[in-house]
Design a binder for this molecule. Structure first.
Ligand SMILES: *Cc1c(COP(=O)(O)O)cnc(C)c1O
Length: 403
């Protein structure tokens, strides 16, 4: 008897790969396609968003040797402080605006000084951060701006690509983050002198490592095969549900990150896969944007639920803030293990990941903790059909109203 797996929606709207992406002619190098689309002269490819950030900070540190601190939001991907330390620098945590994912301007100003090498405004889930504010604070102390657009490839601010407003910007090409080559990162900078040092730094710290590239090649082939409604149960849902049964939140969210993450060059085949898929990205973004705009009102009309929105952003998922932690947890209790792509963004504020240890500024980040406690995400994958989306809305509404 044939086993037919159930359909499962991924937690984010990643661009699915097709068979045609895996072989055949390459229209142009991935970096050239990305640069042109982003409106930059060049783009550099690294083996992950984290590696791109590590290269960026290592290069910048060489231009300002007395500056050792990097100011980041206290709620962001735990890989960010790991990249900062890998570059030999220190993270300085900045609390958020109340109820928001972006850094509080006053707290950012307090955190910055002549020791600050860079400020990292961070776009989350396609929602754009206030880069102009972060840049003004950075400039006032002579620091660089490194824009974390890991989750925002294709987003725009004032009609320029998000990720191209700072001195350096980076994007993630990891599984599930828009365009994927399983693991990868794009790095951009406007200044030719900076670009040159980014290139030289990468040549020095991210060398060719055939073992890692072979592993990523197999992983990308597996991703291409299983990133589809009836493959995701095995690739994503099954391990998620096993972790949830153990009560292992970090496992469920995939957040056991290693300080010793790989730094290596990306091979030709994976570059070619990304280049072949690239032309579908603009249309995929238009379609997912239209779907998000159509679905947003239903969630936003639930009393006490706030849905983050803006002009120009992209929509990997809808980011929701609930009235309190107990309500958020009650919703997740009903939906995280479902096959409907409901999840958490990052489980904790940065000071609460045991493996990160202590970080400057971590003593006082109430808004980041509150944000971690009250938010959840609903996938914007086209594979979540209308009936399933309505079911998700109904469960959230019933949970919120009953409390
Ligand atoms: C995923 C992510 C990163 C790291 O990117 P990888 O490609 O996974 O290494 C950095 N910052 C943010 C905000 C992210 O979501």
């Amino acid at each position: 008897m044939w086993f037919r797996p159930e359909r499962e929606a991924p937690p984010t709207a990643g661009l699915p790969l097709g068979l045609a992406d895996l072989g055949g002619a390459v229209p142009a190098p991935l970096t050239a396609l990305a640069a042109q689309w982003l409106g930059m002269d060049e783009a550099q490819l690294e083996c992950s968003g984290t590696a791109a950030l590590t290269v960026a900070l290592t290069a910048l540190a060489g231009h300002a040797r007395t500056r050792r601190e990097v100011a980041i939001p206290a709620f962001t991907c735990p890989l960010v402080p790991l990249a900062i330390r890998r570059a030999g620098l220190e993270p300085r945590l900045v609390d958020l605006r109340a109820g928001h994912f972006d850094m509080d301007p006053d707290r950012l100003a307090e955190a910055c000084s002549e020791r600050t090498l860079a400020v990292v405004p961070t776009h989350l889930g396609g929602r754009t951060a206030n880069v102009a504010m972060a840049s003004a604070v950075a400039r006032s102390v002579g620091a660089y701006v490194v824009e974390d657009a890991a989750q925002a490839l294709g987003a725009r601010i004032d009609d320029r690509a998000a990720g191209t407003h700072g001195d350096v910007g980076f994007f993630s090409l990891a599984a599930g983050k828009g365009l994927s080559i399983f693991e990868g990162g794009l790095l951009v900078a406007g200044d030719p002198v900076l670009r040159d040092s980014l290139r030289r730094t990468a040549r020095r710290i991210a060398r060719w490592q055939p073992g890692w590239e072979l592993r990523r090649t197999l992983e990308l082939a597996g991703y291409a095969a299983l990133y589809r409604p009836r493959g995701l149960g095995m690739a994503y849902g099954h391990p998620l549900r096993r972790a949830l049964r153990r009560g292992d939140m970090l496992g469920a969210a995939g957040e056991y990150f290693d300080a010793d993450f790989p730094l290596h060059r990306v091979g030709r085949w994976r570059r070619a896969v990304g280049a072949r898929a690239f032309h579908r990205l603009p249309d995929f973004i238009s379609r997912t944007t239209a779907q998000a705009r159509a679905r947003l009102p239903a969630l936003a009309s639930i009393p006490g639920v706030h849905v983050f929105s803006d002009e120009g952003g992209t929509w990997p998922y809808l980011m929701l803030r609930l009235p309190d932690e107990a309500t958020r947890d009650a919703v997740l209790h009903r939906l995280w293990a479902s096959r409907h792509g409901v999840a958490r963004m990052f489980v904790h504020a940065l000071p609460d990941y045991p493996y990160l240890g202590t970080m400057a500024g971590g003593e006082n980040v109430p808004h980041a903790r509150d944000f971690a406690a009250r938010t959840l995400t609903v996938t914007n994958s086209p594979w979540l059909d209308d009936a399933s989306f309505e079911h998700v809305c109904a469960v959230i509404e019933a949970t919120v109203v009953s409390r």
